[in-house]
Each structure stands twice: as C-alpha cells, then as structure tokens.
Design a protein around this ligand. Sequence first.
Ligand SMILES: O=P(O)(O)OP(=O)(O)OP(=O)(O)OC[C@H]1O[C@@H](n2cnc3c(O)ncnc32)[C@H](O)[C@@H]1O
Ligand SMILES: [Mg+2]
Length: 201
Amino acid sequence: MRTRTVVLASHNAKKLAEMQALLAPLEWQVRLVSEFSREAPEETGATFVENALIKARHAAAVSGLPAIADDSGLEVVVLGGAPGVHSARYGGAHGDDDANNRKLLQALEGRSEHERGARFVCAMACLRHAGDPVPVIALGLWSGRILEAPCGNHGFGYDPLFWVPDQGCSSAELDPSVKNRISHRARATQSLLAQLRETEL
Ligand SMILES: O=P(O)(O)OP(=O)(O)OP(=O)(O)OC[C@H]1O[C@@H](n2cnc3c(O)ncnc32)[C@H](O)[C@@H]1O
Ligand SMILES: [Mg+2]
C-alpha cells in the first residue's frame, strides 16, 4: 500500500489511541476528525457496520480524506446481546463509563459465572471518499466474561469488567500492547489492513 493520509472518524480519545497504535506500522499520516469538525454524526444504524459507515462517511465528507471508522460495543449473552450498539450510552449519558459499568453489574446481579458470557464487537469501515460505493468492512470479535466487580486501570469503557479467560485477567489489567494484539479492535484492524493490501485505497 502506498503511504497515505487518512482521517480517523472517532471522538473517543482512548479508542483513537488504540487505533493509532494499531495503524502505526503502516507509517501513514493519521489525522483526527475533530481537526475538521467537532460534530459527531448521529449513530442511527441498527448494526455496528451501519454506524461505522455513518462515521466514516461523515469524516470523509468533512475532511476530504480517506476515512477509517470503528463502531464497537459489548454483547452480553443473557441480556440478548445488550448493550450492543447502545454500549456508549447504556447507563444513560454518552461515554459515562462508570454509569455504563454500574448498569451492567445491576443487570447481571445474581447471575452465576456461567451466565456472564460476553463478547466485544468491533466493526471498521474504510472509505476512499464520502461517496465511495465500495467501502472496506472488517469485523473483530473478542469473547470473555463479565466480572462481578471491576479490576484494572488500563483501557477504557467496559474493560474493567471484561475477564479475558486465556489471559487470566480483565482487559483493563492487560498491558495496552497485549490488548492491541488480541482485542476485537486488533482483529478488525488486521482484517482491514489485509483487505486494503488487496485493494487500492
Ligand atoms: O463513536 P466514537 O466517536 O468512535 O466514540 P464512542 O465512544 O461513542 O464509540 P462507539 O460508538 O463505538 O461506542 C463504543 C462503546 O463500546 C465500548 N467499547 C468499545 N470498545 C471497547 C474496548 O476496547 N474496551 C472497553 N469498552 C469498549 C465503549 O466504552 C463505548 O461505550
Ligand atoms: Mg459512538
């Protein structure tokens, strides 16, 4: 792939840090959508993919650059996949991680270890321009279990409650470099980059 300038279509600083770390090996010039617009488009999609496309299309339109967006969230089995696409505002206010995590613990009150299965989902969309009819879409999934109490200080969002079985700790206890090797976002990025190597961004 040729050296590129791309805009990352997120207003979440912690997510952006992970996206930038994951894209660093490409030595692309990475811009942030907040340099072009403070407005975050309304995520009206029913799926992670639709919302990633909404964000990527908005970022490409306001920047005039190829755009990469991530829409992600947590799906809990016994909650029928909730909070899902509503993960950012599950507790009420957008991005209030404490409220989101408190609501999740309440929703799983009394559930046994075997009833706390969950997975993170990350959908990434890459558009060459706002009208790109052939977006590159990539998905990453990361399975684990919801803890009964938060632990760990790394990461963001639901990380303190997300137990990673093959690591024996929560995703908030993982060193960021380890999370960036195994997370839903890492997996989606690897898939996206593999597809981009096949196409001409
Ligand atoms: O839409 P942008 O601007 O990218 O920022 P956002 O925070 O609203 O991002 P999403 O719409 O994709 O919502 C993601 C939600 O899922 C949670 N989430 C996503 N990835 C996560 C991760 O790696 N660890 C913990 N929680 C995560 C996060 O806390 C948000 O509540
Ligand atoms: Mg969002």
